[in-house]
Design a protein around this ligand. Structure first.
Ligand code: ATP
Length: 365
């Protein structure tokens, strides 16, 4: 339980059924690691909320400190990715490495058969596999499409998914808030947490990163003239597809490309410039949730699927091809804002198949 309304209601729904329940709160970030100690993760406040809810539901709760695992498995790799100009998504790796990784391993040590329930908006079902004579878990999109969190869960391996319970998968967020209020849970009116918790909501992301990554100045180049028009302080301050403040430039410039070798940022004038659009995505190490089996037509022709490369967006139609390097994903329509380091998640309808990190994207005719 995180101290938010979603996991409070997930716990409430399970408490009404015949489970031997206990709650765990993970402490993933040590606020003392930060120089600005009044902002960032207010984990003590969240832990208090978990305890208040558990008292009402009459279930035991405890804290597990996983901040070291979070630091080494999630934060440090994300830092080096930002430093090299990529756009990582730490929340995706937190689910794989921490919640359904370190936490599940630690809890399983004490108990043989264990389910890990979360307040994620996602569903799960079991599919019979005649080939393997077994049933296997499928990760499915939530009924509330606006809250669906399968993008964040797409990295968890099959054995983690098989132990997962998502009690909110069939519910709308509005229903969840009503259930919390009806049960008098103090988290019923708690605001949604936004963004990565340790960054805090009042701080600029680039200011946060500058605490960990030293400046690395390089050229900002206008792609249309091939001229350097300014200097940047580090590739991590720029996101593909976003506006780039360039001093002295009358036209609004947008980031079309980052070149880590040259430490250069390439910009173009206007948010609809053709250089911002791509239709081909390359993913080298795609992790299928079912590692040993993936759809047959991927081997032969292309597989028609849908792709998400950011959480807050619709799925785009695509055709997926396998080659010696990994996957080549052809989008049905060109898109902008696709960057190396982002997580690409594939779906067949509601079924989430897995994800991989984008190595590159381009426009091919
Ligand atoms: N610190 C934590 N300790 C234990 N579980 C957590 C923690 N943070 C997140 N979770 C679990 O992961 C789920 C998804 O977390 P996330 O922060 O992405 O979503 P959320 O919509 O803000 O959920 P909530 O309203 O429960 O905080 C939570 O509902 C909870 O079950």
């Amino acid at each position: 339980m995180s101290g938010g309304v979603d996991s409070s209601v997930a716990a409430k729904l399970l408490a009404e059924r015949d489970y031997d329940l206990s709650a765990v709160f993970m402490r993933n970030w040590d606020t003392r690691d930060e120089s600005a100690s009044d902002i960032g993760c207010q984990w003590e406040k969240d832990w208090e909320d978990v305890q208040r809810v558990c008292r009402i539901l009459d279930i035991p709760c405890s804290v597990i400190d996983l901040h070291r695992q979070y630091w080494t498995k999630v934060f440090e790799p994300s830092l080096s990715s930002w430093q090299s100009g990529s756009t990582p998504n730490p929340d995706v790796w937190c689910n794989k490495e921490v919640k359904f990784g370190a936490l599940l391993r630690q809890l399983t040590r004490d108990s043989e058969v264990l389910w890990l329930a979360t307040g994620h908006y996602a569903r799960k079902d079991w599919q019979e596999c005649t080939r393997a004579h077994s049933i296997r878990p499928r990760l499915l999109r939530a009924r509330d499409a606006t809250k669906d969190q399968t993008y964040y869960l797409s990295s968890i391996p099959e054995n983690g998914l098989s132990r997962a319970l998502f009690p909110l998968g069939e519910l709308q967020k509005t229903q969840v808030r009503c259930l919390a209020a009806e049960s008098g849970l103090p988290t019923a009116v708690k605001e949604e947490s936004m963004g990565i918790c340790f960054v805090g909501e009042r701080r600029k992301f680039s200011d946060f990163l500058s605490q960990y990554i030293p400046p690395n100045p390089g050229p900002i180049i206008d792609m249309t003239t091939c001229q350097q028009i300014a200097t940047h302080e580090g590739l991590w301050n720029y996101t593909i597809g976003q506006g780039a403040k360039v001093r002295g430039c009358k036209t609004r410039m947008f980031v079309a490309k980052k070149d880590p070798k040259e430490n250069a940022v390439f910009v173009v004038p206007g948010s609809f410039h053709p250089a911002l659009y791509v239709n081909t995505i390359h993913v080298e190490n795609f992790s299928w949730i079912w590692t040993d089996s993936f759809p047959d037509d991927l081997q032969t022709c292309g597989m028609k699927a849908q792709i998400k490369y950011r959480h807050c967006m619709e799925c785009e139609g695509c055709v997926v091809y396998r080659n010696e390097h990994g996957l080549r994903i052809m989008l049905d329509a060109p898109q902008k804002g696709i960057a190396a380091g982002q997580v690409a998640t594939l779906y067949l309808g509601d079924w989430c198949l897995g994800c991989g990190i984008i190595d590159g994207a381009e426009f091919t005719s």
